[in-house]
Design a protein around this ligand. Structure first.
Ligand code: NDP
Length: 237
């Protein structure tokens, strides 16, 4: 029997990269998967057709859209909040609207989605948010807003773990280091700089992150909550 047979899973931001690997992993393990997309309709529809999952348009920058898609997909056994963006640049020069949009996608959406999911989540439900090793360590300039957003998820997970613990709902953050996706290609211009910080001098694969998410979502991780789980080739060590 597959690990997630009959389980209902929602992945916010599943059209590409790490999110798509998470969708594929849960489908392979027998779950009924819905995922959201915003900018990549063609990739989303192709993934939905390939995996027999359901793709729904919902911009994570829009609070009401996030709450609505979670409500319409519930009750959920597993919520994974993967959608996230980065902006780079000197803090003195960045457009404040761009910073606020990043915070809506990377912080507000995970919070509101998690709270909405917990309203109808059964005992033993799982909430997993994709943070970043940059929530712990920010070794380069120009990424303060991104680092701030990923650190915020740590406080969120610690607090919501206490709020939902009495119902055995766990809340965890997975913190990747460099992972080979459109956002951070393994052969991109930052590769040598990034690998310079790492014990394993290579990018990880989206499937590596999906495997950690699947473990956290499964029965063996029932006592794991309010915690950060770093998967980074020792980028932050
Ligand atoms: P990609 O840019 O490759 O993919 C991002 C995914 O998030 C896409 O499916 C995208 O969908 C979705 N997304 C982005 N913005 C929105 C939005 N406003 N509404 C709905 N969906 C959205 O990124 P990665 O796969 O690399 O990153 C995924 C997560 O992992 C992010 O939270 C990121 O911060 C984190 N991370 C990534 C690392 C890396 O090295 N790759 C390292 C550490 C953390 P669409 O295109 O349809 O809008």
């Amino acid at each position: 029997m597959s690990a997630f047979n009959g389980k209902s899973v929602l992945v916010l931001g599943g059209s590409r990269g790490i999110g798509a690997a998470i969708v594929r992993r849960f489908v392979a393990d027998g779950a009924r998967v819905t995922f959201t997309y915003a900018g990549s309709e063609a990739a989303a529809l192709a993934l939905a057709a390939e995996t027999c999952s359901t793709a729904v348009y919902a911009d994570s920058a829009e609070r009401d859209a996030v709450i609505e898609v979670v409500r319409n997909s519930g009750p959920l056994d597993v919520l994974v909040v993967n959608a996230g963006i980065a902006i780079f640049g000197n803090a003195l020069d960045l457009d404040p609207d761009a910073v606020d949009r990043l915070l809506r996608i990377n912080v507000h959406a995970p919070y509101h989605a998690s709270v909405e999911a917990a309203r109808s989540m059964p005992q033993g439900g799982r909430i997993i948010v994709i943070g970043s090793v940059n929530g712990d360590r920010m070794p380069v300039p120009g990424m303060a807003a991104y680092a701030m957003s990923k650190s915020a998820l740590q406080g969120m997970a610690r607090g919501l773990a206490r709020d939902f613990g009495p119902r055995e709902i766990t809340v965890n953050v997975v913190q990747p280091g460099p992972i080979d996706t459109d956002a951070n290609p393994a052969d991109g211009p930052m590769k040598d700089m990034l690998h310079g910080f790492m014990a394993l001098k290579r990018h990880g694969r989206p499937e590596d992150v999906a495997a950690m998410v699947a473990w956290l979502a499964g029965p063996e991780a029932g006592f794991v909550t309010g915690a950060m789980h770093t998967i980074d080739g020792a980028f932050g060590a």
